[in-house]
Design a protein around this ligand. Structure first.
Ligand code: AMP
Length: 380
């Protein structure tokens, strides 16, 4: 089934070809026609499955030829849990909107940065991609109105529930018109999510894509038994001896992220840490440098484990293991994206061994283990 079979406009088909999207991914085959048909959708799909384009393309198509609205009345609202995801989704709307005969104005609104440019930007907005808190601030200052929303998208809905956005979301729902199209996407289907479905969705088409399994199979996983004090030398040994060019390193605290990045820099390895305590400007800048390959190592906490798409990221290193097996899968899912192979390396300290066995059991896959005591880490 080629993209041309969906009835998308020639401008969109051209851009798809330019972006080397040759064939629709499984989720796109199901979501695109359903969104074009204006039905509600519950999409269970891991990040990296092509979910963003699956809703962006038909939404842009539906907006073509729709009547112009009152100023500051968005037609499409996409709610996302993090600032980074807001920017990423906005960029996909802008990318695919560039050649459309009718220009679509898309704005990303998220906290941690000045509100004024967002207020000004909302002039004439059609697609608004927002995190819940900032959205409500903008609504409260009359910078945007939600009464004309035709399509609501909840992206990474499971994450939004975990991050405790329920109260804010409840308020947002009261501001939306009753008649609208709802698209809800989540990597997992939890009980909490099932409740939200009942409130939000009307006779949804349920689309479940089980590609997380396939993604995991594409990732080569290795574990290193290592003592706490040898983690630093081991990290430098792996990066230097294998001449790794683009590595995402995960720690469990912001303090440790800074610490690891500092030590790498002191040892001549270009590294920057990003986490919730860094300014939005610093986060955006570091992520951009890393994505474009100018920054060799990005050290982060679980802030980035979900949703952020870094094309062809070859290596992910768990300097510290995440607490939950689910987070482990999300972290390693930063590599092996969209059918490209990747590698995930995990440092397993003596006190982590039991926990790492649980992670492997939950994942249904055993990881090759190497004992770092047999490596010559002197000088690293
Ligand atoms: P997402 O799950 O939306 O974060 O998308 C994961 C990655 O897959 C992104 O880098 C997209 O640009 C890419 N992608 C999505 N759909 C396709 C497709 N049909 N062909 C090639 N690449 C795609």
């Amino acid at each position: 089934m080629p993209f041309s079979s969906f009835g998308l406009s020639p401008a969109l088909l051209n851009l798809l070809a330019e972006q080397n999207y040759e064939q629709p991914y499984p989720i796109q085959k199901e979501v695109i026609p359903a969104v074009l048909g204006r039905t509600d959708i519950l999409g269970i799909a891991p990040t990296g499955s092509g979910k963003t384009a699956s809703y962006v393309l038909p939404i842009l198509s539906n907006l073509q030829g729709s009547s112009a609205l009152k100023n500051r009345h968005a037609q499409v609202l996409v709610l996302v849990p993090t600032r980074e995801l807001a920017v990423q989704v906005r960029d996909v709307f802008i990318l695919f909107g560039t050649e459309l005969p009718e220009r679509i104005k898309t704005i990303a609104a998220y906290g941690g940065v000045s509100i004024n440019p967002q207020m000004i930007g909302l002039q004439g907005v059609q697609v608004l991609v927002a995190t819940p808190g900032r959205l409500l601030e903008l609504v409260d200052s009359n910078a945007v109105h939600l009464s004309e929303i035709e399509t609501l998208v909840l992206d990474e809905a499971d994450k939004m529930l975990n991050l405790g956005f329920q109260e804010e979301m409840k308020r947002i729902f009261t501001l939306l018109p009753k008649k609208r199209q709802n698209l809800l996407f989540s990597a997992t289907l939890s009980e909490k999510l099932a409740n939200i479905n009942q409130i939000v969705l009307h006779n949804p088409v349920v689309i479940k894509i089980e590609s997380e399994r396939e993604t995991i199979d594409l990732i080569e996983q290795t574990g290193y038994f290592v003592t706490l004090e040898k983690k630093g030398p081991l990290l430098r040994y792996i990066i230097k001896s294998r001449e790794l060019k683009q590595v995402l390193v995960f720690t469990s605290s912001t303090f440790q992220a800074d610490n690891v990045a500092d030590k790498l820099c002191k040892n001549g390895i270009d590294a920057v840490s990003i986490h919730s305590k860094k300014s939005q400007g610093a986060r955006t800048e570091a992520l951009r440098e890393f994505k474009t390959g100018r920054l060799r190592v990005l050290v982060t906490t679980d802030l980035l484990a979900r949703g952020i798409d870094i094309e062809f990221l070859p290596q992910v290193i768990n300097y510290e293991l995440p607490r939950s097996p689910k987070d482990y899968i999300h972290r390693i899912g930063r590599t092996g994206r969209a059918e490209n192979p990747g590698e995930a390396i995990s440092f397993v300290a003596p006190e982590d061994q039991h926990h790492f066995r649980i992670i492997q059991k939950k994942m249904g896959k055993w990881v090759t283990m190497i004992d770092s005591a047999n490596l010559d880490l002197k000088g690293f």
